[in-house]
Design a protein around this ligand. Structure first.
Ligand SMILES: Nc1ncnc2c1ncn2[C@@H]1O[C@H](COP(=O)(O)OP(=O)(O)OP(=O)(O)O)[C@@H](O)[C@H]1O
Length: 274
């Protein structure tokens, strides 16, 4: 990871984050949490609990008709209320996001190689043949076979699992300090899911990158995070080390989540020591 002049304190410091619609509905309610450099936090809750809106608010990407209040400091930059120019500088460099549906992040009319080349060129200044080599390397690093074929393909010409790897390669191309992964495996087949989780785990570990991992699936979160924050109806109901929350959940809602978590046992067995 390229060292940057980041101020002391957590990499991501969220205080009293609240998201309201223009017609007065509160969808995220007074949320506070931190993510330190290299730390992995899981954000968990069932559908509609406010996970996606929280991640969008962290990067100033809320849809029209919604407003965030409170404070989100990312690597020392205040995101809430920041002008677009400041947000553009932060996105990709300090935090990059991988969404559930990679097509959200990919331009359907641009070959995959060019899409990865753009952030790579911005960060490294590479051009021409060197840039092409760097693109191939980035595709190899996310374990894509036939990187040259993938680089020449359009998004619809490769599989969903391959697209998600390309989206991950794009997110990593800027070497962000924080990777936000919003249900990155939910749309994938179960076998592909496990590979993707393993890949994500390895790549962020190598880079000592912090991760905010968003999922409705406690088993998945238990595999890849250190700490977990449980959301219900836009509010935090519980937070703690993932093993504590899983083995001794305090809130009734968390207890129900744990009871319902499929394959939790096997997930914990597979959890690699950190
Ligand atoms: N563009 C929008 N306009 C109005 N309400 C919205 C919008 N997007 C989300 N919501 C509402 O905000 C609440 C939180 O949604 P959010 O998408 O953050 O939940 P989530 O936990 O990410 O769920 P899922 O796992 O299904 O994506 C829900 O009640 C949802 O209906």
């Amino acid at each position: 990871m390229t060292p940057r002049d980041t101020p002391p304190g957590p990499l991501l410091d969220v205080r009293g984050l609240t998201v309201r619609t223009d017609d007065g509905r509160t969808l995220v309610d007074d949320l506070s949490f931190t993510v330190g450099g290299g730390e992995r936090l899981g954000l968990i809750g069932e559908s509609g609990s406010g996970k996606s809106l929280t991640t969008l608010a962290l990067l100033g990407l809320l849809p029209d008709g919604m407003t965030a209040t409170g404070s989100v400091e990312l690597a020392g930059t205040q995101i809430v209320g920041a002008p677009e120019k400041r947000l553009t500088a932060v996105r990709g460099r300090d935090a990059a996001v991988v969404f559930q549906e990679p097509l959200t992040a990919l331009d359907p009319l641009m070959r995959m190689g060019r899409q990865i080349a753009e952030p790579l060129a911005r960060r490294t200044g590479l051009k021409g043949r060197d840039l092409r080599t760097a693109v191939t390397d980035a595709l190899v690093r996310v374990r894509l076979p036939e990187p040259d074929r993938i680089a020449h393909a359009f998004p619809h010409e490769i599989s969903g699992g391959q697209r998600q790897r390309v989206a991950l390669a794009m997110a990593l191309a800027c070497e962000p300090s924080l990777l936000i992964a919003d249900e990155p495996t939910t749309a994938l087949d179960v076998s592909v899911q496990a590979e993707m989780l393993d890949l994500l785990d390895t790549l962020v570990r190598e880079r000592e990158m912090a991760v905010l991992f968003v999922s409705h699936d406690l088993a998945v979160v238990a595999k890849v995070t250190d700490r977990v924050l449980v959301l219900k109806d836009g509010r935090a109901v519980e937070e703690g080390p993932v093993l504590d929350v899983v083995t001794a959940p305090k809130a009734g809602y968390t207890r129900a989540l744990v009871a319902g978590a499929r394959k939790l046992e096997s997930a914990l067995d597979l959890r690699s020591p950190r």
